[in-house]
Ligand binder design. Structure first.
Ligand code: KIV
Length: 285
């Protein structure tokens, strides 16, 4: 099979297909996401929280993203992979945004980048798109602005905020973004924006009317020990399964059950006998 292209994804969207996006941050998780048949993988800067142990996404660097996104691209050779541009890698200048997005495309070899914000980043989006870089937008609760928001809060509830979000979504579409993530947005507003746009919306805590959904893999798999957001759904308890397996391993090592004969290599007895005799050991049994 060949890697799915943006054209494949947009064709599916136009036929009414819902996009399924999951995050992944490394080779094994990418392999599993591809085997499960997700449409897109997002190497999110949620990496900072669920893999690197930071309290938020702000400390994630471009080097972190390049390394992890590269592993994901290698682990999911047939899936469309999008990587986040981290905090302050696209705000200083369009030229810097271009160079940084270029690293994700050329070093990690992702197929698209995602960045946060609406009208304030629209010119940057246009610049990247003009350079041939597919861009996914991200509106609503944008985690890189958590301190400006004053916490993890739903966005777009007041009339002014809803109007601003709606206008931001149109601005991203006009700038050439191929899709927009809507995070922690009231479901009716997400539905209205989805109706207004000709490009797909991907919801996370934004109700069922968006054109696709995304969840952080570690939240849905039970691999995160921080506070999971209310909008997530846990589909498995992989953390518990891993802990049980490691507990059994520890127990078997301590009681001598592991390693057994089938995990062990043998050698020619005569070689061992001569070695033992040369060094004064009793003859091996
Ligand atoms: O970083 C991330 O995982 C994201 C999703 C929450 C959309 O941006």
């Amino acid at each position: 099979m060949a890697r799915r292209t943006l054209r494949d994804l947009l064709t599916a969207y136009k036929k009414g297909g819902r996009w399924v996006m999951s995050t992944a941050y490394d080779f094994p998780m990418a392999h599993v996401a591809e085997a499960a048949g997700v449409d897109l993988i997002l190497v999110g800067d949620s990496l900072g929280q669920v893999v690197l142990g930071y309290p938020d996404t702000l400390s994630v660097t471009l080097d972190d993203m390049v390394r992890h996104a590269g592993a994901v691209v290698r682990g999911a050779p047939d899936t469309f992979v999008v990587a986040d541009l981290p905090f302050l890698t696209y705000h200083v200048s369009d030229a810097q945004a271009l160079v940084n997005a270029g690293r994700l495309m050329t070093e990690a070899r992702v197929q698209a980048v995602k960045l946060e914000g609406g009208r304030r980043v629209a010119d940057t989006v246009r610049r990247l798109v003009d350079a041939g870089i597919p861009v996914m937008g991200h509106l609503g609760f944008t985690p890189q602005s958590v301190y400006a928001f004053g916490g993890y809060t739903v966005q777009g509830r007041s009339e002014a905020a809803a109007e601003a979000l709606y206008t931001d979504a149109l601005a991203l579409e006009a700038a050439g973004a191929f899709a927009v993530v809507l995070e922690m947005v009231p479901a009716p507003l997400a539905a209205l924006i989805t109706d207004a746009l000709q490009i797909p919306t991907i919801g996370i805590g934004a109700g069922a009317a968006t054109d696709g959904q995304v969840l952080v893999a570690h939240d849905m798999l039970g691999l995160y020990w921080g506070r999971a957001p209310r909008f997530t759904k846990q589909y498995a308890d992989i953390g518990q399964a891993m802990e049980a397996a490691l507990r059994q391993y520890a127990d078997e090592v301590r009681t001598g059950v592991f390693p057994a004969d089938e995990h062990t290599f043998s050698m020619e007895p005569a070689v061992l006998e001569r070695l033992a005799a040369r060094h004064g050991h009793p003859a091996p049994r």
